[in-house]
Design a protein around this ligand. Structure first.
Ligand code: ADP
Length: 464
């Protein structure tokens, strides 16, 4: 666990050191070339001048040559002559300055036209150049040299200094890189320590974000957002499990209680029938609850296999109305259907039908006897199809309206239990409508009835 950051630290240090050393190498070569060229330019200028003087003196007389030497105008020079018959490289030396002789250049003092270095017997460095000049079949070689010991030593010292600096630069940049990499990577260590503390029961913890604009800050922010989502998900799961257990416990407790009572007393067969009837009712309510939970879990897990098809909304709504009419009749309620504005939508029939059944069943369930319930199709201007399910029941107060679509939320716990609801009907309806790319809205006031509006995108086929 500890190794990864160290490896990155070393890798960063090496990248840093190699880049810096490469930059230093290029810089050193440039400095070396610049200094060397700067030294050679005056040397060549001096050689040009001295070669011209010697050539001029050669053309005049021997006294002029001697004067060059005695007055120290050109201290190092040599004149040789190459006869036409002479073999290549064998020239006869005609004149050698005293200083040239004394220097006793190594390698027979070979000098080229482009110039070359000469080393004297004492180890001093000179630079010499040859001027070749032919006249009347005779070739003259004029060799001139200048003392370059000072420049040579300066360039040599510079070269040594640059070469010695190279490993120092490498070491210093490696150390510096290691130090700076540690500082740069410090947030990673802090993040790793904090991340280790984040466990399933500590999902409220977050990573420290030093600077949200840098890469580590961005990483920490993204990680925190992921933990946030997990936290919300786990919280929902916890609430769901607690609510589901609570909902399951009540009917089970009733079944147990009824069973125990029936066993403890000697009862008539009518009383036993009554007890069994109550137990069956509770079992029904349990099964409805489990069906609802199963449906919601499948919908949330995306396991509901939807089969979208063009649906005639008026036909579907009428089917739902006819299906539940008997419940409304039991309560002597007026159930009207207005399909004057028919339309088609692309949706999954089964889920959309279930959603409408839940909404209409609620309207029938919560509206008192002799109440009015209506189902109406409306076509909105933006090509959307709207189904309204309205009732003149107790209505839903503003403070409950945002919560009634949550799972297990019931406005009046006792009253809902009597009517058999577990608080899942609207949650399921909303999920199913959302799965069909629709939306659901509620318009209601306490004691003024409710309108549930389901909006779906129309597909432009005309209804029949
Ligand atoms: P339940 O299974 O309890 O009916 P729902 O999710 O269907 O659960 O509804 C949640 C709550 O919203 C209900 O307990 C009820 O109090 C309220 N409710 C739903 N529909 C209506 C309605 N048409 N009129 C008044 N209250 C309603």
């Amino acid at each position: 666990m500890q190794l990864a950051p160290r490896r990155v630290r070393w890798r960063l240090s090496w990248y840093y050191a190699i880049s810096l050393t490469l930059i230093f190498s290029v810089f050193s070569v440039c400095v070396f070339l610049f200094v060397r060229i700067s030294c050679m330019i005056p040397i060549h200028a001096q050689l040009d001048q001295e070669l011209a003087l010697v050539a001029k003196a050669v053309r005049s007389n021997a006294a002029a040559l001697a004067q060059l030497e005695t007055e120290d105008i050109v201290p190092y020079f040599r004149i040789s002559q190459l006869a036409p018959s002479a073999a290549a490289g064998t020239a006869t030396t005609l004149y050698t300055s005293r200083r040239w002789n004394m220097s006793r250049f190594a390698g027979n003092a070979r000098v080229t036209e482009n110039g070359n270095w000469l080393l004297s017997a004492t180890g001093r460095h000179y630079f010499g150049r040859r001027f070749i000049w032919s006249q009347a079949g005779i070739t003259w070689h004029i060799d001139v040299a200048v003392d370059t010991e000072q420049s040579y030593v300066s360039v040599k010292k510079l070269t040594i200094a640059l070469l010695l600096s190279w490993p120092l630069v490498l070491l210093a940049s490696l150390g510096g890189g290691y130090f700076f990499a540690a500082r740069v990577l410090a947030p990673i260590g802090a993040m790793a320590d904090k991340a280790r503390e984040i466990t399933a029961d500590k999902l409220s913890e977050r990573l420290p974000v030093q600077d949200p604009n840098d890469e580590f800050g961005h990483l920490a922010t993204v990680f925190n957002e992921t933990v946030e989502r997990l936290d919300t998900y786990f919280e929902r799961l916890r609430r769901f499990t607690a609510d589901a257990s609570h909902e399951l416990r009540t009917p089970l407790a009733v079944i147990r209680c009824v069973g125990e009572n029936a066993l403890q007393q000697t009862a008539s067969s009518a009383q036993y029938e009554n007890a069994i009837g109550s137990m069956l009712e509770e079992t029904d309510s349990l099964m409805r609850l489990l069906d609802g939970l199963l449906m919601l879990t499948r919908a949330e897990a995306g396991q509901l296999a939807l089969q979208p098809e063009p649906i005639d909304l008026a036909a579907l709504a009428l089917d739902v109305v006819n299906c539940l009419r008997v419940l409304a009749e039991e309560k002597h309620q007026q159930l009207c259907f207005d399909g004057a504005s028919p339309g088609y939508v692309m949706a999954d029939r089964a889920t959309l039908r279930q959603a409408l059944i839940n909404l209409l069943a609620n309207a029938i369930r919560y509206t008192p006897e002799h109440g009015d319930i209506g189902v109406r199709l409306v076509q909105s201007s933006a090509g959307m199809q709207v189904i309204e399910i309205r009732d003149n029941g107790p209505g839903i107060a503003a403070e409950h309206q945002s919560k009634i679509f949550e799972r297990f939320y019931r406005i009046d716990q006792d009253r809902s239990r009597e009517t058999g609801g577990a608080g899942l009907g609207l949650a399921i309806a909303r999920w199913m409508i959302t799965l069909n790319s629709g939306s659901i809205a509620l318009e209601s006031k306490k004691n003024k009835g409710s309108i549930f509006r389901v909006t779906l995108a129309g597909i432009g086929l005309s209804g029949t």
